[in-house]
Design a protein around this ligand. Structure first.
Ligand SMILES: [Fe+2]
Ligand SMILES: [Fe+2]
Length: 404
């Protein structure tokens, strides 16, 4: 359903008076169907797709609350507004448990009905866009089964699902308003990144830590506050494209075949393509796309070299490599601190922007990377924490690596 298509609303009420007044209120803007009882309602639903049901709880025959549970179970995407003449707290609580969106008590007025219907349809639009977005991940990467598991996880947690769909609902307009990454857009993407991370144990915590290190490095080398914010966002989202990579490849302890490796190496491009349509800053998109380029030009996806590589991507690369070396990988254990330092030094001017790598080494040596980054939840919380301490953090749990 889009803004321009009329929503289809089914009014279920045994009393003619309220049924007719609802029909009169709603029919100028929506397509309205009516049912006098639960069995009629189920018949209608079998023949016509419906967006929203207004449901009288007090009906003869199939009871309103039984119908409510049936609708929830059989039509999980349906929005339900309960309208009741005896709206007790118990029926409200029961409705909330059953996933009902709103309650209206008889006698209702036009304003209350219109507001409740608008809210419910807006939630429905948000949810459908979320589902569409997640399904497009499947189309994009041909890994539908894992997209389904993300969807399952989302639907098993109504709070998470509602939060995500509401964030998505406002995402486009927020992004359009200021021409940069709307904060709510990014919050949605964070939620998505965390949901995806939760599917692959070895990815847990990596996004958050890379965001933290990258933000710290950006601050240290004097990037503007806007750039620092964008680098934190890019750090958080840099591996989002791994949704497109079979987790078997990410988890495999031994070396990958060349064709498998090239599949893994698609993740920066997939991540950039996922984020782009949602309206985040093009600098963030570029940082995601190029976070595996190398200073000497031997990286991917485009083999850019030196300052051809966007600066924010170069910052994320250092932070990403540091976290990967500091974490257990499916194919090796975490390196000891001295070895990490040596690897960073060895990567100067081959893998890393020399200036950035040198500054990051100084941060590591200062102990700034030893705080507990897990205490902070998101780039926004990270920003506050960094502003307070000027430091960075490190967490002990396993994370995925620089290459996979
Ligand atoms: Fe990556
Ligand atoms: Fe990474």
């Amino acid at each position: 359903m889009t803004e321009t298509v009329r929503a289809r609303i089914l009014i279920v009420d045994d009393e003619q008076g309220p049924r007719e007044s609802l029909r009169m209120i709603l029919s100028p803007s929506h397509e309205v169907l009516c049912a006098r009882n639960g069995s009629e309602a189920l018949e209608v639903l079998q023949t016509a797709p419906v967006d929203l049901v207004t449901l009288d709880l007090n009906m003869p025959g199939v009871k309103g609350d039984d119908l409510m549970h049936t609708l929830r179970a059989e039509y999980p995407e349906l929005e339900i507004i309960v309208i009741t003449g005896y709206g007790t707290l118990e029926s409200a609580a029961e409705g909330v448990r059953a996933g009902v969106c709103d309650f209206l008590q008889k006698p209702f007025d036009v304003v209350q009905v219109t507001a409740a219907v608008t809210r419910a349809l807006s939630r429905r639009r948000g949810r459908r866009r979320l589902v569409g977005f997640l399904e497009s991940l499947g189309d994009l990467v041909g890994r539908e089964s894992d997209v389904r598991s993300v969807l399952r996880e989302l639907s098993a947690k109504p709070g998470l699902r509602d939060e995500a769909s509401e964030l998505l609902e406002t995402a486009g307009s927020a992004a359009r308003q200021d021409g940069s990454a709307g904060q709510r857009t990014v919050q949605f993407l964070e939620l998505l990144a965390l949901t995806i991370e939760s599917q692959v144990e070895t990815m847990r915590g990596h996004a958050r830590r890379v965001s933290f290190y990258a933000g710290m490095l950006a601050q240290r080398v004097g990037l503007s506050s806007g750039e620092v914010e964008r680098v934190r966002i890019a750090g958080f989202l840099h591996d989002l494209g791994k949704i497109g990579i079979p987790s078997g490849l990410l988890l495999r302890p031994d070396a990958l075949e060349p064709d498998e490796l090239s599949l893994v190496q698609r993740h920066p491009e997939i991540g950039a393509r996922l984020v782009q349509p949602i309206g985040v800053s093009s600098h963030v998109v570029d940082a995601i796309r190029h976070h595996h380029e190398r200073w000497d030009g031997s990286g991917y996806p485009h083999g850019l070299a030196g300052e051809q590589i966007p600066q924010l991507a170069r910052v994320v690369t250092v932070a990403d490599a540091y976290d990967a070396m500091n974490s257990d990988r499916p194919y090796r254990s975490a390196l000891d601190p001295e070895r990490v330092r040596q690897e960073l030094e060895a990567g100067v001017a081959s893998q890393f922007d020399p200036e950035l790598a040198k500054e990051f080494l100084l941060l590591v040596e200062s102990g700034a990377c030893d705080e507990d980054v897990q205490a902070t939840a998101s780039p926004w919380a990270l920003a506050e924490s960094q502003d307070r301490s000027g430091g960075a953090g490190r967490a002990a749990d396993a994370a995925e690596g620089d290459a996979r």
